[in-house]
Design a protein around this ligand. Structure first.
Ligand SMILES: [Zn+2]
Ligand SMILES: [Zn+2]
Ligand SMILES: [Zn+2]
Ligand SMILES: [Zn+2]
Ligand SMILES: [Zn+2]
Length: 249
């Protein structure tokens, strides 16, 4: 865990404090959604947040999935639209790039995704650069913006989901219900978080008998929830969703 109070070049006139927000926020560094620990400006009026990974991004880094050395930029030096090669989301701010002519791009947070996630009941998910099978959400090996994209695969039964597709499920839901047009938290809908039910969003491989299908559906839901906690930290609201979900099914 990082230092409790820092100064950061992207908001150099105020101190930033390490916090554990109870609500989601938009990171002012990578312009991505955040739930976990973050640095927030000590002047609350600023509404300035940085993911912990964005605040502590080193000038250069590497990743087991890439042979290249990756360099940190506050903004991508290129003019064109860019996508993160891990999660498929737009690159709108903080980014790591390699030095190739056509560089790869990665959000600081995406480079910190756990390579292996173990859930309580012995379920193991592994982060993979290439999909071993089609993504169960989009039915494809490529994401909607034509990027290969990283995925999590469960073992031994190989449920496979793009990081991009799980992020989309969350963003679609919360952009609609949780944030107002100008990006502020919509107070009236602040419980939207608690009513998210992944069950309805999940497509399953077809042609199974019904009890088998229920089993698969439960497993798929668990896999998705574990991926969500890997992507966004472990927000207590999500854990309570999971508990409610199990109690009601
Ligand atoms: Zn960020
Ligand atoms: Zn400030
Ligand atoms: Zn990313
Ligand atoms: Zn490269
Ligand atoms: Zn997908």
């Amino acid at each position: 865990m990082g230092v409790a109070r820092i100064k950061h070049p992207s908001h150099s006139h105020h101190y930033l404090l390490l916090k554990y927000p109870q609500e989601p926020y938009w990171c002012n560094g990578c312009i991505g959604l955040g739930f976990g620990p973050c640095y927030e400006c000590e002047h609350e009026d600023c509404s300035f947040y940085l993911h912990e990974e964005c605040a502590n991004a080193a000038p250069s880094t590497s990743h087991p999935f890439s042979k290249c050395s990756l360099k940190f930029h506050y903004n991508a030096p290129q003019e064109d639209e860019r996508y993160c090669d891990a999660c498929g989301e737009d690159v709108l701010g903080f980014v790591y790039q390699c030095s190739h002519k056509h560089p790869h791009d990665y959000h600081p947070r995406c480079l910190k995704l756990p390579l292996t996630v173990t859930a309580g009941d012995g379920l193991i998910l592994q982060l993979k650069k290439k999909l071993p099978s089609k993504c169960l959400r989009c039915g494809s090996r490529k994401t909607s913006n034509r990027i290969q994209g990283w995925c999590y695969v469960s073992s031994p039964d190989r449920y496979c989901y793009h990081i991009a597709c799980v992020k989309d499920m969350i963003l679609e839901k919360w952009k609609k219900d949780y944030f107002t047009q100008d990006g502020n938290v919509n107070e009236a809908n602040s419980l939207a978080l608690q009513t998210f039910s992944p069950g309805r969003e999940i497509a399953l491989p077809g042609g199974r008998s019904s009890s088998k299908a229920t089993q698969i559906w439960r497993k798929a839901t668990t896999v998705i929830m574990v991926i969500i906690s890997a992507l966004f930290g472990e927000p207590s609201a999500l854990i309570s969703v999971l508990v409610q979900y199990w109690l009601s099914s």
